[in-house]
Each structure stands twice: as C-alpha cells, then as structure tokens.
Design a protein around this ligand. Structure first.
Ligand code: ADP
Length: 191
C-alpha cells in the first residue's frame, strides 16, 4: 500500500508517518528528512538547498524528484508513506510516472486539515521545546520562515488537494485532535 500524507507544515505528517511505520512496517519517504541529511553531509547539493530551506522556500522539483526516484529504485517495501512529497503539481505527475514504472499504485492521499493559527503555534512551540531540551532547533522553525512555508504551501502545494480529489484518491481528516485520534482517523481510511 502506498500513501501520501498531505498537509501544511506543522500538520503532524511526520508524527503520523512514524506511527504507520511502527504499526504496519511501511517505509517513510520524507523529502524534508532527505534534504536535511544532504545538508548535514555537506554535499554540494546539501549546501545549495540549505539556504533555500532555511528561508522556508521550496527546493527545485528536479532535486526532490531525483531523491524520490533513487529511493523508489533501490528500496523494497511493503508500502511507502510519502511525507512532504509531492509538494507541486510537477512532483505529483512525476510520482505517478515513477510508481507506474515500478508497477506500483497510489492507494490513498490523506489530507490533514489544521487551522493556520494552530500551525504557527505548533512550530514555534516545537522550536522552544527543542531549545529547552538542548536539541538542535531546525533553521526553518521560526515565525518568519513559517510564514514563507505557509505561503509556499497555499501557492504551490494546496492545488494538489483538488488534483487528487479529481483523481478520486483524496481523503480529508481533521488533524487537530490528539495524536491517537488522528491515527484512528487514518486507520479508518486504510483499514
Ligand atoms: P514541514 O512540512 O514541517 O515544513 P519538511 O521537513 O517536510 O517540513 O520540509 C522542510 C523543507 O524542506 C521545506 O520547507 C522545503 O524547503 C524543503 N522540502 C521538503 N520537501 C520538499 C519538496 N517535496 N519539494 C520542495 N521542497 C521540499
């Protein structure tokens, strides 16, 4: 089973992906994590994307599609959870093609809906908690980058909601509840 978790920054995609990995043995493909790894490893690509990410802007389709292509060609899994990908229509088209090439299908797109004020608050809190615990704070977890990330989401990613609705793959859930409530809503969709 292959699914996409779709939603604005701070909606809880990574948290729910983690639960699905634990409970179903699916493999999480988070382009955000892959890009942060590239940044930390100091590769040329990592250096190029670091500033773009810190500002809260999207990195190029070419780069993220390349990362996903590589994973789909090399990782064998009972199912993939796409977390933070696709974020543009071009990425969505590329994903459809890549899955087809691999003889795989997309089973569900789960849109996690969360109020914008809550999103900003969650991100600011995440940064505060990390700082208090002496953990590294993400360079883009601040109010300024968050504004850009939200704008990028509404301009470039939210059109995917209509795209997947039209394809018949879309399921929208309330992402505002407790973590286990949201997990329950996802379970109700996936069976
Ligand atoms: P969040 O969903 O909390 O914003 P992510 O970890 O998914 O965080 O992404 C962090 C940053 O990585 C994004 O703001 C963007 O700069 C970059 N990024 C991640 N995935 C993509 C993607 N599919 N396309 C373009 N940029 C991406």
């Amino acid at each position: 089973m292959n699914i996409i978790l779709l939603g604005p920054p701070g909606a809880g995609k990574g948290t729910q992906a983690g639960i699905l990995v634990k409970e179903r043995g699916m493999v999480q493909l988070s382009t955000g994590d892959m890009l942060r790894e590239a940044k930390d490893s100091g590769t040329d690509m990592g250096k190029r994307v670091a500033e773009v990410m810190a500002r809260g802007e999207l990195v190029t389709d070419e780069i993220v599609i390349g990362l996903i292509r590589e994973k789909l060609k090399t990782v064998k899994a009972a199912g993939f959870i796409f977390d933070g990908f696709p974020r543009t229509l071009a990425q969505a088209d590329a994903l459809a093609e890549l899955l087809e090439e691999e003889g795989q299908a997309l089973d569900a797109v789960i849109e996690m809906q969360v109020d914008d004020d809550v999103l900003v608050q969650r991100i600011v809190n995440r940064a505060k908690e990390a700082a208090a615990a002496g953990q590294p704070v993400r360079a883009d977890d601040n109010a300024e980058s968050m504004k850009v990330r939200l704008m990028e989401y509404y301009k470039k990613t939210s059109p995917l909601i209509g795209y997947y609705y039209a394809k018949g793959d879309l399921h929208s859930i309330d992402g505002l509840g407790q973590i286990d409530e949201v997990a329950g809503a996802i379970k109700a969709i996936l069976g």
